[in-house]
Design a protein around this ligand. Structure first.
Ligand SMILES: [Zn+2]
Length: 424
């Protein structure tokens, strides 16, 4: 079991930093949206405020970044930025002087802004600024190529325990700076990532700027929760609806980012239902699901047959359940949750197996085999009930229940259920 934890650490470090990307071509799919964006630039119909609205795990930020790069590029092609001009070079390092960002941040203990934030008159004026986290931000964009979730960002910024916010002071300062001419003489572009994290006053300040935008300024808002934005903001933005990524799109992103095989990437993308951030987590926690699969399979077999021995040629030294419990205990909290989610998906695969005749279950070979066998033994009703108990366990885990108690209780429930509904 030592290996699984060691592997986890190694895999966490295995994120590749690549600089020359974040072009339209690096974002799989979204062809119509790209066409529309490119047309808006080349036809001179660029709106000064655009809202990229897509769910967490969609390509909304990646598209906004590629769009900004395209606008700033000195030698735009018909389909993408050139990649060679001085502007493109600056984009590779995310240091273009006319590209500005605001994103959710939080106060760090002992920081200047926290010391000053206590006084009433300063409230809303003082506040942590995005710029204080700019190094982490640039690095995250480069590491994840613009495909980053809110949770991942807060973790990278060292703020995972905190609640993110875009402070008024941050917006005020950046909007004030936008009044200055762009350094390269083209547009100033401000990417506002997740405006739903605005402090109340911030929305009003932004509204003013959207009403009377500084000359040659473009606002690109990227939201994961369009409904929560003020209608007055929405009405001033040209809204672009960015659909969630399909597993096929996610697969492409994962292949590039993690440099894994197409088959591995497809498995991860399928398990995460297209959410790249969840897929990455699965990868980091498990080394492409292999360990999850083995542990889950042995766990289920144990529940069927408590004297199950994975290696019958040798007498069992430690009961299987002790090994699996150790494996579960060794996972980080998020990994424990992912493991149960993984189990739930395996059950779902078994459930749909006959309908798909095994073809549509986009799982690895071992996983398909497991789904087939499991389906042979279980009635649909039993599978459904078991999936429900997983759902409950995941629920309690997210409510900070004791992982070990939840795991043990789930094991006992499964053993009980497996006694009854065996198919003939
Ligand atoms: Zn260029």
């Amino acid at each position: 079991m030592q290996n699984s934890i060691g592997g986890y650490v190694v895999l966490l470090q295995n994120t590749h930093l690549c600089r020359e990307d974040m072009f339209y071509k690096d974002i799989p799919g979204y062809d119509e949206i790209k066409k529309q964006l490119i047309y808006s630039v080349n036809s001179g119909r660029l709106s000064h405020a655009q809202l990229f609205a897509g769910v967490n795990g969609s390509g909304a930020l990646a598209l906004a970044l590629a769009h900004a790069r395209y606008i700033h590029c000195h030698r735009r092609g018909p389909e993408d930025a050139c990649g060679k001009c001085p502007s493109c070079h600056k984009y590779n390092a995310m240091v273009h002087p006319d590209l500005h960002f605001i994103y959710p941040v939080a106060k760090k203990k002992g920081s200047f802004s926290e010391e000053n934030d206590s006084s009433e008159e300063n409230r809303g004026v003082e506040g942590t600024r995005s710029i204080e986290f700019i190094d982490a931000w640039r690095k995250s964009l480069q590491t994840f190529r613009g495909f980053i979730s809110y949770e991942e960002w807060m973790e990278k910024a060292g703020l995972s325990e905190k609640r993110g916010m875009i402070y008024t002071a941050d917006a005020v300062e950046i909007i004030r700076n936008l009044a200055y001419k762009s350094v390269e003489g083209s547009f100033n572009i401000l990417i506002i990532w997740l405006p739903e994290f605005f402090q109340e006053k911030t929305s009003n300040r932004l509204l003013k700027s959207l009403e009377e935008p500084p000359e040659k300024t473009i606002f690109l808002l990227v939201s994961h929760n369009r409904e929560s934005l003020l209608t007055t903001i929405l009405s001033r933005c040209q809204s672009i609806n960015i659909p969630a990524m399909t597993p096929a799109q996610t697969r492409e992103v994962l292949i590039k980012q993690l440099q894994i095989s197409g088959e591995e990437a497809a498995t991860l993308a399928m398990l995460a239902e297209g959410d790249f951030s969840l897929a990455r987590k699965l990868y980091e926690n498990t080394g492409v699901t292999g360990e999850f699969f083995k542990a889950f399979r042995d766990w289920m077999r144990f529940c069927f047959k408590p004297d199950y021995n994975p290696n019958p040629s040798q007498p069992l030294k430690v009961p299987v359940i002790v090994q699996i419990t150790e494996f579960f205990k060794g996972l980080p909290p998020e990994g424990q949750k992912q493991f149960l989610i993984y189990g739930q998906k395996m059950l779902r695969n078994s459930f749909v197996y006959p309908a798909n005749n095994g073809e549509l279950v986009k799982a690895g070979k071992d996983e398909q085999e497991f789904a087939r066998n499991f389906n042979r033994f279980m009635t649909p009703e039993a599978l459904y009930e078991i999936a429900k108990t997983f759902e409950e366990a995941i629920y309690w885990l997210t409510r900070n229940g004791s992982p070990l108690m939840i795991f043990t209780s789930l094991t006992l429930t499964l053993m009980e259920k497996f006694k009854q509904p065996i198919k003939k």
